[in-house]
Design a protein around this ligand. Structure first.
Ligand SMILES: Nc1ncnc2c1ncn2[C@@H]1O[C@H](COP(=O)(O)OP(=O)(O)O)[C@@H](O)[C@H]1O
Ligand SMILES: [Mg+2]
Length: 489
């Protein structure tokens, strides 16, 4: 075997996009390449000399000890889907291969691990498995609904024939049969929508108009305990869709949101222009995004996984048909759109719908995308928020728009050298203003932005009210950061 010079080996290790990490047998880190910096968010300078257990999830420390023991005995360790967390709290999934390193006498003296980030790959696999399952169910449901419709046509027509012949008690009974058959027909109609067997007329529809009008109507019907907030983006956002079907989508999503908030809460309808790039769920391009979010019960991963299946419901038999979301899914797929969902039990749910923009040159969308002035340039932002879903959301919005982040669920207690502090006002074990005051003692003038749900806040600092849209968050962030200086020529 050709022996490569040490510098070359070092360069190969450094250039790998996989994390390559070496440690002593007791777990003290001795090598940490650029891939590890990317996956974990800590630089080599920060990681070297520390113990492996400081960088993995607390629940995996026992597994680490077991692995180190195996490695010391000369065995390899291979793990397929291991959860890790980036420094900013983002979940990462890796596949891991660890080998013992021996000295010239064959004694195991160290261990070396290669960790490959499989988060995206796993997400794509789950997505395509779900899509395949739904497509199968669609075929099945479409077939059943079709046969059923034939049977129902027979039942309905013969019931009508008979109705002309009978009177009195018999007519009353027949009316019942007819009612039931009619209800069955509307159910099969919904199934056919899911199965995409019912072609619909599409036209250019102004999404903001649909959302505003449906919002006004629905807010009167969902009960006094529930607040419906409508946030259409400024300007026009024409989509190619069927007006009636869009109403049906909004109705289904808002009713589900209401059902998920038995003790009241907020449901928000928002629209914006979205730019989908190469890795997105639809071909790259510009789309209209419609978001329906609630502060309800949220759902478990199991429910989330089966949500769009026809007849899947967690509601009592007299309340849920399980056809709402399967219908919504069918309608959206038919027009070439996409629906996704984010949900956290106890916190709430957000449905995100992408719809193709109408390609009418006479009527181009005027709804502004993210404002150029509101994009970050790598500024480091600390996000302190104890509700995981909100924190993840804020981090994601900031990172997608040019900021870097450090995130925590409580006062980190240490000095943070950041360009901006964003904090919830009420923290489970402390308060946002207290965190701000502590940091400002070290960094006078540090810009601060508070977020608050319900509480009246007594502070001179800007406060961003929840729920907020991505555009509102970015505008608020840009508003508190000092203006960017351009170098004079
Ligand atoms: N906003 C939401 N929050 C929590 N769970 C939801 C929400 N929307 C839908 N679900 C879950 O998805 C299931 C299926 O919804 P759907 O297809 O509309 O049928 P149904 O409303 O008749 O149960 C619901 O039973 C519920 O468990
Ligand atoms: Mg429903």
């Amino acid at each position: 075997m050709v022996k490569l010079p040490a510098e070359m080996l070092a360069a190969i290790v450094e250039q790998s996009s996989d994390a390559i990490i070496a440690s002593t047998l007791d777990g003290t880190i001795t090598l940490w390449n650029a891939g590890a910096e990317r996956i974990y968010g800590y630089s080599a300078g920060e990681a070297l000399g520390r113990h492996l257990s400081e960088f993995i999830l607390p629940g995996r420390v026992a597994a680490l000890d077991a692995s180190l023991a195996k490695l010391a005995a000369g065995q390899h360790v291979q793990l397929d889907e291991v959860p890790r967390a980036h420094r900013d709290g983002t979940a990462v999934l890796v596949s891991v291969l660890v080998s013992p390193i021996r000295d010239e006498h064959g004694r195991v003296v160290a261990v070396a691990a290669t960790e490959r980030d499989i988060t995206d790959q796993k997400r794509r696999e789950t997505e395509s498995a779900r899509a395949a399952r739904l497509a199968g169910l669609g075929q099945l449901a479409g077939g059943i609904a079709h046969d059923f419709n034939n049977l129902l046509a027979i039942i309905l027509n013969y019931a009508d024939f008979l109705a002309e012949e009978v009177s009195g008690e018999g007519a009353h009974d027949l009316a019942r049969i007819r009612d039931a058959a009619d209800r069955a027909r509307s159910l099969t109609g919904q199934l056919l929508l899911f199965a995409k067997r019912e072609p619909t007329q599409v036209a250019v529809v102004e999404l903001n108009e649909v959302v505003t009008e449906a919002g006004e109507l629905l807010s009167r019907t969902i009960g006094a305990q529930i607040e419906l907030v409508c946030r259409p983006c400024a300007g026009r956002i024409p989509v190619l869709a069927n007006r009636g079907r869009l109403d049906q989508i909004l109705l289904n999503l808002v009713i589900n949101a209401r059902d998920a908030m038995p003790d009241g809460g907020v449901v928000m309808l928002a629209t914006e222009l979205a730019e989908i790039c190469a890795d997105g769920p639809l071909p790259p391009g510009r789309y209209a995004r419609l978001e329906v979010s609630d502060t309800g019960t949220g759902m478990t991963a199991e429910v989330r996984d089966r949500l769009f299946e026809p007849f899947f419901t967690t509601k009592p038999a007299d309340r849920g048909t399980g056809l709402g979301l399967s219908t919504v899914h069918g309608i959206i797929e038919e027009v070439g759109g996409h629906i996704g969902v984010d949900s956290t039990p106890g916190i709430g749910t957000t449905f995100r719908i992408l719809l193709p923009l109408a390609n009418d040159p006479a009527d181009p969308p005027t709804c502004p995308g993210p404002d150029e002035d509101h994009l970050g340039h790598g500024e480091l932002v600390a996000v302190i928020e104890d509700e995981d879903a909100v924190r993840d959301l804020v981090v994601r919005i900031l990172r997608e728009h040019g900021y870097r982040t450090v995130a925590a669920s409580r006062d980190p207690g240490t000095d943070l050298d950041v360009a901006l502090l964003i904090s919830d006002v009420e923290l489970r074990d402390g308060s946002g203003p207290a965190v701000a005051e502590r940091l400002r003692a070290v960094h006078p003038g540090l810009p601060v932005l508070f977020m608050s749900g319900y509480h009246e806040v007594d502070t001179a600092e800007p406060v961003l009210r929840k729920p907020f849209t991505a555009a509102e968050l970015l505008a608020a962030v840009a508003g508190v950061l000092p203006a960017k200086y351009t170098l004079s020529q």
